[in-house]
Design a protein around this ligand. Structure first.
Ligand SMILES: Cc1cc2nc3c(=O)[nH]c(=O)nc-3n(C[C@H](O)[C@H](O)[C@H](O)COP(=O)(O)OP(=O)(O)OC[C@H]3O[C@@H](n4cnc5c(N)ncnc54)[C@H](O)[C@@H]3O)c2cc1C
Length: 440
């Protein structure tokens, strides 16, 4: 009889666990299934570059079928779990429910943008977490430039050319830096908008940016951003978001049509319906062996799990990073194999993060590697080399290098491709009404 090992979530954690399980578990004794809502792994560190157009969207993802050899990939979302019957229920893309029995279950469902109860935020802000967010934002920035160049109304032009990012952690800062870089280059081809000039504003509630790196590097990053004309408002929150403005905690109302919310992540909401023990932040409670508390043969890793952080002697959970998720994958695979009697001596998760790099665009970055700190071009080069070694698949590595190389001698590509994935309707009257474009 073969065991059923079911993995829910095919991101950094789930995919790395599946690969290791393929290696550890004999083919005839284990059936591996991975359930994910898309058929690719998104390499999030390259998301800002996909938004800025320096990398093609397809080159920042790797098809899961290229990574996995014998794991059965099922597309869908798991939305129910019965620990007593040892089953999970997945909803396929056709909307059908299917019950899947497991002997060992691994949850690696990741996280989503963390929303706060700020009036208007859900309606008027966009997160920066998925490929759809990044590509939407790129098209939106191009659209604002187009409209700002065309309008005769100075107040409207002001709104269109003001971009507000909320949250000064690494993902927000990288997205802001890359997109501002892109827009600054693109401006040359929008003469009327260029005369007016753009405003890029970073709003951060605490008194510093980049809590992930030492203070001197965070200050270096701040100087770089301010040197480029980016307004950084520390100790400030947004208190309201509207279609054409946002109100800050200082009382200032900023006219804008772009609010990007990058103020942290929350565990994936699907966890709430999976009958699992959750901590106060909604993460799955696990021990240092990555076992879910109180459930035998159930494991959790990555952003969705409160894995005790060895760097903090287990007193706080690991930060939500890919670095942690990809190292938890092989540990949990080994421990699952122990649970099935293939391996002996379960392992504790003992990885201590020693490196952090943040890309600031324009060939600059800040970072630390062990005790050494880097900034400027050396940090950028180290970060890029590291990511090149990490993005899965030789084809993706070559495609990324090709994108960067081809991009060097040419100006930025301004094609606004928001209509991709939204086929034109056949009905003629839609065109008679003036087209299908969504207003900003
Ligand atoms: C812009 C950005 C830049 C980043 N840069 C870095 C960086 O430079 N270095 C770093 O270490 N980290 C970085 N991160 C963080 C990193 O992306 C996450 O920590 C990492 O993705 C977590 O891995 P995971 O496996 O837990 O989840 P994910 O990689 O998010 O994978 C979870 C998968 O599960 C799927 N899923 C969710 N719910 C279900 C369900 N119910 N059923 C089926 N499938 C489901 C999701 O669609 C997803 O495919 C960055 C994040 C962002 C947003």
């Amino acid at each position: 009889m073969a065991w059923n090992v079911v993995i829910v979530g095919g991101g950094f954690g789930g995919a790395s666990a599946a690969r290791e399980l393929e290696r550890l578990l004999p083919k005839q004794s284990a059936r591996l299934m991975l359930v994910n809502d898309v058929n690719f792994l998104l390499y999030t560190p390259f998301l800002p570059e996909a938004a800025a157009g320096t990398l093609e969207p397809r080159h920042v993802v790797t098809p899961l079928r290229d990574i996995l050899r014998r794991t059965y990939l099922r597309l869908g979302g798991v939305h129910a779990h019965d620990p007593g019957a040892r089953t999970v229920t997945l909803r396929t893309h056709e909307g059908e429910d299917e019950e899947v029995r497991y002997d060992q279950l691994l949850l690696a469902v990741g996280s989503v943008s963390r929303s706060l109860p700020v009036p208007g935020l859900d309606q008027h802000a966009i997160g920066f977490k998925s490929l759809a967010d990044a590509i939407w934002l790129r098209n939106h920035v191009i659209e604002t430039l187009e409209q700002a160049n065309a309008t005769e109304d100075p107040a409207r032009r002001e709104q269109l050319l003001t971009y507000v990012f909320v949250g000064g952690g690494y993902s927000g800062l990288e997205a802001l830096a890359e997109l501002q870089d892109f827009a600054a280059d693109a401006m040359d081809r929008y003469p009327r908008a260029r005369l007016h000039g753009m405003r890029w504003i970073l709003v951060e509630a605490t008194d510093r940016v980049l809590p992930e790196v030492p203070l001197d590097l965070s200050e270096y990053a701040l100087r770089q951003l301010r040197g480029r004309g980016i307004e950084v408002r520390l100790g400030t929150r947004i208190e309201e978001a509207a279609a054409d403005s946002t109100r800050l905690s200082t009382g200032e109302r900023v006219p804008t049509r772009t609010i990007v919310w990058t103020a942290g992540v929350a565990p994936h909401p699907s966890l709430g319906s999976l009958s699992l023990p959750l901590d106060a932040r909604g993460k799955v409670r696990v021990d240092e062996y990555l076992r879910v508390e109180g459930l035998s043969g159930v494991w959790a890793i990555g952003d969705c799990a409160a894995v005790p952080d060895p760097n903090k002697d287990g007193r706080a959970p690991c930060p939500p990073t890919a670095q942690h998720a990809v190292r938890q994958g092989p540990v949990v695979a080994h421990n699952i194999a122990c649970g099935l009697g293939v391996e002996t001596s379960p392992r504790r998760f003992g990885y201590r993060a020693r490196a952090a790099f943040v890309n600031l665009g324009r060939y600059k970055a800040v970072g630390k590697l062990g005790p050494a700190s880097f900034h400027g071009f050396p940090a950028w080069w180290l970060a890029r080399s590291y990511h090149m070694s990490q993005i899965p698949g030789t084809a993706r590595k070559i495609r990324a290098v090709a994108d960067w190389t081809v991009g060097l001698p040419f100006s930025r590509d301004l094609a606004e491709l928001g209509s991709i994935g939204h086929p034109r309707p056949l009905r003629a009257e839609v065109y008679a009404r003036g087209g299908t474009h969504r207003p900003l």
